[in-house]
Design a protein around this ligand. Structure first.
Ligand code: UD1
Ligand code: PEP
Length: 429
């Protein structure tokens, strides 16, 4: 398994272009199942997750063609004919969001058999809301030997659905099923994450009829078919927030481009409160910090959008490890998303965790150690801490990082970070 080695202590100076959002791209990819016409996605991040979902789509008969076009990295998806509606365990277990092909397959063909995704390190993550909503749209669902078999021989039928709490995955899954249902579907307490807005807008460009974009009530009037489109994936707000934390941790000045800072205002407000300078630009933001001055500890609590994103909690915790004072971090979305805390402690951080609350008492310095990535965002929090830890930190299990960060070593290296990938065979890159 590859690892990442970082020598701490260099400031960051330079520019980092933000990639297309993983969490938007994978939903848009699933939506391409809904039409027999080609859909071209531009600003596509090249990540383990997008590669992996492309493989799953091919298994259904979708043609997936990656290329570099005039608009940069792009992928053409053409689901002219769906030849299989079976998603095996081996392909679904590697990436949870693959489960969300169930709704589009069902809407397009009237049947599908998809493996349950199972839990993962950040919490149990059941899919009950997804299955309840698809049942409300008229699907018959059976669970057997770890698989969900769903049929809707006469098509899906619009329904009023009020989610008991906000779920990003259940909202996008139900939305993708409802666009081809007969009649009207109303989704209440829908998630409002920007990636759902991107999906709604792309589906609308494909001919779907959806009202209420970016609100918590989506009204969908079903249509009989959708057409192809060209769509540019929105910038990755989590990647952007991660590099903002990296720059704030290491000190220096980093310009983040091709980004939408308004999507992470809950983070930047907290960073400003801690003493980081954030200057908006025409296409992003400049993050500046004088390394001679220590940051101040501030508290955060994760919430659904537009609140502080759970996907930025680990990175913010890393930033707080060397701030002055005590920072209290509440994790309200996932019940087990502090796996990075013991790893940060290996670098000398002082963190105590009780249930959904972590208390970080800032220390003056971190010291390098071998650490282990436990999930995607936890991995990047270790990179951020490694930027200041004295000595060389090595981070194992970087396949987690590769799920969601495109060319991370290159992007940070271009700003002066001493970071390199050590391949399994011992070679350095
Ligand atoms: C691929 C993708 O976009 N992943 C994001 C998505 O995950 P995901 O869509 O899985 O997250 P959800 O918003 O669905 O999960 C929120 C909470 O609801 C619970 N729940 C969810 C569905 C369900 O049927 N039953 C249930 O109990 C979950 O266990 C969790 O505690 O939103 C999360 C919250 O912003 C982010 O951290 C993930 O990066
Ligand atoms: C938790 C994440 O992804 P997933 O929902 O695919 O596990 C994430 O993107 O941080």
């Amino acid at each position: 398994m590859d690892s990442i080695a970082i020598k701490g202590g260099t400031q960051l100076h330079g520019e980092i272009p933000v990639s297309g959002a993983k969490n938007s791209a994978i939903k848009l990819m699933a939506a391409t199942i809904l039409t027999d016409q080609p859909v071209r996605l531009t600003n596509m991040p090249r990540l383990a997750d997008t590669r992996f979902l492309g493989q799953l789509l091919r298994q259904f008969g979708v043609e997936v063609t990656e290329s570099d076009g005039p608009d940069g990295q792009q992928t053409l998806f053409h689901a002219a004919e769906i030849t299989s509606t079976f998603a095996p365990y081996d392909l679904v277990r590697q990436m949870r969001a693959s489960f969300n092909v169930l709704g589009p397959l069902l809407a397009r063909t009237g049947h599908a058999k998809v493996s349950l995704p199972g839990g993962c390190t950040i919490g149990a993550r059941p899919v009950d809301l997804h299955l309840d909503a698809l049942s409300r749209l008229g699907a018959s669902i059976e669970l057997d030997e770890g698989y969900v078999s769903a049929i809707a021989p006469r098509g899906l039928i619009g329904a009023e659905i009020e989610f008991p709490f906000v779920s990003v995955g259940a909202t996008e899954h139900t939305l993708m099923a409802a666009v081809l249902a007969q009649g009207t579907t109303v989704l209440r307490r829908a998630a409002r994450e920007p990636e759902i807005g991107d999906l709604v807008r792309c589906l609308t460009a494909m001919g779907a009829k959806i009202e209420g974009v970016d609100t918590d009530v989506l009204t969908i009037t079903g249509v009989t078919s959708l057409r192809g489109t060209d769509w540019s994936v929105i910038p990755d707000r989590i990647e952007m927030g991660s590099y903002a934390c990296a720059a704030a941790m290491a000190g220096g000045e980093v310009r983040l481009t091709k980004a939408k800072p308004e999507l992470i205002s809950a983070l930047t407000e907290r960073m400003i409160a801690a003493g980081v300078e954030i200057e908006p630009t025409a296409d992003g933001v400049i993050v500046r910090r004088d390394p001679a001055r220590r940051l101040q500890a501030v508290d955060v609590a994760t919430e659904v959008y537009p609140g502080f994103a759970t996907d930025l909690q680990a990175q913010f915790m890393a930033l707080m490890t060397t701030a002055e004072g005590e920072s209290v971090i509440h994790e309200n979305i996932f019940e087990n998303r502090f796996m990075h805390a013991p790893e940060l402690a290996r670098l000398g951080a002082d963190i105590s965790v009780h249930a959904g609350e972590a208390r970080v008492s800032g220390v003056e310095t971190l010291r390098a150690a071998p650490v282990m990535a436990t999930d995607l965002r936890a991995s990047v929090s270790l990179v951020i801490a490694g930027l200041v830890a004295e000595g060389e930190t090595t981070i194992g299990r970087v396949y987690h990082l590769d799920r969601g960060f495109e060319r991370l070593e290159e992007k940070l290296g271009a700003c002066g970070a001493e970071i390199r990938r050590v391949k399994e065979d011992g070679h350095e890159h």
